[in-house]
Design a protein around this ligand. Structure first.
Ligand code: WT7
Length: 636
């Protein structure tokens, strides 16, 4: 018997040791006992990190939606699967039962089929946080189409790049979205994007805000009449374990985003098993993750992980500040939420407001508090623990990535003693390694290095869509036979991990993963700009904010600077989205470079962080004189 639900610390260590000693046996038992398969696997695992190639449950056949929906109908058909809480608190919440979810997913799946979508086709989903987002994701999975959800805060250019990179045939969107007091014209953004996307012949539009939009003849259709006419039965497509389930883009060190490919069986097993344990989910709990389904957190821990466990998962359309800063806690009280999972940036923003916004609500239903997306600082941790959890709900600080598919390092609530800022212990099956500068693995405890993983786990991404070489170079080339995460970490005296932050050119802003290169590419599009460099600096709500150093082709007056600054942020908004806007822009005559021409970002980072006491040796730079100039004119 596998210890599917781990209940105390000794049991965790026992299970963990087994997962390392006999990984195949370990993952076989879990797969066997907790999922439905159409055909059993021939081999649990085969792998070679040098290619890299990883296969889990090879030979098995299944459909993930049978595991997330059908199998719960017999016993839990009338249980709420998705609890939709709208942006406007006056609009009624919707309780979508497993029975209803089954029908709605099947209808959507039948519509996709009737529009010519087949197994293996890519479908881009660009929707706000409404039930149709989860339903269309599951409908794709039902028929074996590969979904590529693009977060609805991304710009038309970013959307077009993602649609084209994976050759999506269809886009599913809505007439618009609500966001606090505002409405956003999503369909207009899609129209703009599709000028650049000749491969898209079909757009399905969900009605959400009843706005007056253009429908392009022969391309755009309202989805509701099609759904109304569709059958509520749709036989699931039987998939191979390693068939792609979805593509999800993450930014990287070049302008082209990386389409991470996740496959079916391993992803299902890992997200379900982690969900059960890391959120200590019990059958009547109401679980709420505030992320957007447009990010991996939403894929794994709003949709697939919870539904595979037959859970009730809240889908929230709104924002934490509307109609006021008490919204999260109002929703927790209203739906008696038991597990609440959010990002440090949201906690920091709410901690700045009056405590009254929290204290006014009854939060006694809460049992587990989660954190994800960036390191949670000590102050935010204590605020969360004291005021939301009333020192009674363990905080699970969960470290993972788009690429890892599921949570990798996290405490198990009521099992692992927590310490602020520590993600604590690896989940069973995860074998972390810390590497030193010479590429050697650091042994023992009380060490700090670069975080790698040295053994495959079921939900790891298998490739980058259309570019396996880049997958290999980005993740498997820094250290031989190891997956490199891009993060630094330390292991303390008892073996707990603390993530210290990115060691590459990715900056986490408000929990969003932003590569510096795409932003610099956007800035350099400005006709007056000759070169630029972006670094992160500490920000009390966002965690990090962006600081841009910009060289103009011709030196300008301050009024010119002001205009160019505005235009730069405008271009960034158009190319990437408002999340990537710069907080500070400094115009400089040069950037500190090494003799080989590499920008010394370390120095720029220190200057932007007002930490110039120890810049190290700058004399080896090509142009040491610019350093003083930059320090003198730094934007405080
Ligand atoms: C990067 C991955 C998968 C969750 C959403 C972000 C940082 C994430 C933590 C944490 C410290 C964290 C890392 C990681 N990160 N969670 N609990 N503590 N850092 O997914 O956009 O792929 O970003 O987010 O730097 O590499 P992502």
């Amino acid at each position: 018997m596998s210890n599917y639900h781990i209940k105390h610390l000794e049991e965790y260590y026992k299970v963990y040791r087994k997962s390392v000693r006999e990984p195949e046996v370990f993952w076989e038992e879990i797969a066997e006992e907790h999922f439905v398969w159409r055909k059993r696997w021939d081999k649990v695992l085969s792998w070679d990190f040098s290619k890299p190639e990883v296969k889990w449950y090879e030979g098995a056949k299944l459909n993930i939606t049978e595991n997330c929906i059908d199998r719960h109908l017999r016993t839990n058909g009338n249980k709420t699967a998705i609890l939709f809480e709208p942006n406007n608190p006056d609009e009624e919440a919707q309780h979508i039962t497993y029975n209803r979810l089954y029908e709605r997913v099947n209808q959507f799946a039948n519509v996709l089929k009737s529009q010519g979508i087949q197994k293996g086709d890519r479908v881009c989903i660009y929707l706000p946080m409404i039930p149709e987002l989860a339903i269309s994701v599951l409908a794709c999975a039902r028929i074996g189409a590969i979904h590529s959800v693009v977060f609805a805060g991304f710009s038309s250019t970013a959307l077009a790049t993602r649609i084209n990179d994976s050759d999506c045939k269809m886009v599913i969107t809505s007439d618009g979205s609500y966001r606090g007091k505002k409405t956003i014209d999503l369909k207009g953004i899609v129209d703009e994007a599709l000028y650049e996307c000749p491969g898209v012949s079909n757009v399905l539009v969900v009605k959400r805000i009843n706005s007056d939009i253009d429908m392009k003849e022969g391309r755009d259709q309202w989805v509701q009449p099609l759904l109304d006419a569709a059958s509520k039965e749709c036989e699931p497509e039987i998939m191979n374990a390693e068939d792609p389930l979805f593509i999800l883009y993450t930014s990287g060190s070049t302008g082209q985003p990386k389409g991470m490919v996740h496959t079916t069986a391993g992803y299902m097993v890992y997200t379900a098993y982690t969900f059960k344990n890391i959120f200590n989910y019990r059958s009547n709990d109401v679980y709420w993750c505030t992320a957007d389904i447009g990010w991996i957190t939403g894929h794994s821990y709003i949709v697939y992980g919870p539904l595979a466990n037959g859970a009730t998962t809240v889908l929230f359309e709104g924002v934490p500040s509307y109609p006021d800063y008490g919204r999260f806690w109002e929703v927790v009280e209203k739906h008696k939420v038991n597990q609440f999972y959010t990002a440090p940036t949201a906690i920091r923003a709410l901690a700045k407001e009056k405590l009254e916004f929290v204290n006014k609500y009854d939060l006694t239903s809460l049992k587990v508090l989660g954190s994800v997306g960036e390191p949670i600082n000590e102050e935010a941790w204590h605020w969360y623990n004291d005021n939301v959890g009333k020192k009674n709900s363990p905080i699970v600080d969960t470290w993972w990535q788009t690429e890892t598919g599921g949570i990798m390092v996290a405490p198990l609530p009521y099992v692992t003693p927590t310490i602020p800022t520590y993600a604590t212990l690896p989940f069973p099956g995860i074998q972390p390694a810390l590497m030193d500068e010479n590429g050697e693995e650091l042994q023992g405890n009380q060490v700090e290095g670069r975080l790698c993983v040295k053994f495959p786990w079921p939900s790891m991404a298998r490739t980058i869509w259309g570019n396996h070489q880049r997958y290999k170079e980005t993740y498997f080339s820094a250290y031989e036979q190891k997956y490199f995460t891009g993060d630094g970490a330390l292991r303390d005296a008892v073996g707990y991990y603390r993530i210290t932050g990115r060691v590459d050119d990715v900056i986490i802003v408000s929990g969003h993963n932003l590569g510096t290169a795409p932003i610099e590419d956007a800035i350099n599009e400005h006709p007056a700009v000759s070169e630029s460099a972006i670094v992160g600096f500490p920000h009390d709500i966002k965690g990090n904010a962006l600081y841009g150093y910009v060289i103009l082709k011709e030196t300008g007056e301050s009024r010119v600077h002001e205009n160019v600054s505005k235009e730069i942020n405008q271009i960034i908004t158009e190319h990437i989205g408002p999340i990537a806007k710069l907080d500070k822009i400094q115009f400089v005559s040069g950037l500190p470079k090494t003799r080989s021409g590499k920008i010394m970002r370390r120095i720029l980072r220190k200057i932007a962080s007002n930490d110039t006491s120890n810049l190290g040796d700058t004399s080896t730079l090509l142009n040491p004189e610019v350093v003083d100039e930059i320090i003198e004119n730094v934007i405080k």
